[in-house]
Design a protein around this ligand. Structure first.
Ligand SMILES: C[S@@+](CC[C@H](N)C(=O)[O-])C[C@H]1O[C@@H](n2cnc3c(N)ncnc32)[C@H](O)[C@@H]1O
Length: 222
């Protein structure tokens, strides 16, 4: 884990982080929420404390990362700040307006307007997998409010692009894992609870999912 990043201050250091830019992001996000509350699953973008906790869970030498459900790009910006090169980052966002916003603000990053369930095909099509699998998938998706079948499909897609020891980093509102224990055991995954962002609105917990040892070995042999 990149432990020091947990305390990083993601404060205003460039024009994209001015208060007027933040206001525009919040308003854009809120408009999308009004159109589709279940899919957007949050009233406003994640705050600095949650962003820092998500970044602190990146594996030590992570270089290739996928981001799912980027919204207005708070995690995208933090991933770049954490040293992930723009060409080693693949971002998938389902909402067209948010995708267009991300595409405009992160011109060097591959930002795809698509569904996380199609991640394997998207990554292949984008040539993301030609130089290797990902170290981490950082997810801002509202997994908790999704039906089990959709959760399963998204998590399977995430692990299909991850290295055997790669991890899925996911936040959720409240203290409980967004994935039920029976789904974890069906998929051969284990979960560890990361930090709790009590200053976030609403407060959120970070969870890190990895393959259990036997599944890691199976993935190495595959
Ligand atoms: C809770 S918001 C998180 C946004 C941002 N990561 C943040 O933390 O501020 C969830 C985002 O996931 C996107 N989303 C929802 N379902 C998706 C899917 N199946 N595939 C890709 N993105 C999806 C929504 O459009 C929204 O931007």
């Amino acid at each position: 884990m990149i432990g020091a990043l947990g305390s990083l201050d993601f404060s205003v250091t460039d024009p994209q982080r001015t208060s007027s830019a933040a206001g525009k992001q919040t308003w854009l996000f809120f408009r999308q929420w009004l159109k589709n509350p279940l899919r957007i699953a949050a009233l406003s973008p994640s705050g600095q404390q949650l962003t820092g906790l998500m970044m602190s869970e990146l594996p030590q030498r992570a270089s290739r990362v996928v981001e799912l459900g980027a919204g207005t790009g708070v995690f995208t910006r933090a991933l770049l700040d954490a040293g992930i090169q723009p060409d080693k980052l693949l971002v998938v966002e389902l909402n067209e307006e948010l995708h267009n916003y991300l595409h405009e603000h992160f011109p060097l990053v591959r930002v795809v307007n698509g569904n996380a369930t199609e991640l394997r095909d998207i990554a292949t099509h984008e040539g993301f997998l030609t130089t290797g699998l990902a170290d981490a998938v950082v997810s801002g998706l509202g997994l908790l409010s999704m039906p089990r079948a959709l959760q399963k499909s998204i998590v399977e897609a995430a692990f299909s692009v991850l290295k055997p020891d790669g991890c899925l980093i996911q936040f959720t509102y409240g203290p409980k894992s967004p994935l039920p224990p029976d789904l974890l055991s069906e998929l051969g995954l284990s979960v560890r609870r990361g930090g709790f962002a009590w200053r976030n609105v609403p407060p959120a917990s970070v969870f890190v999912f990895t393959r259990v040892r036997s599944e890691q070995l199976r993935a190495v042999r595959a």
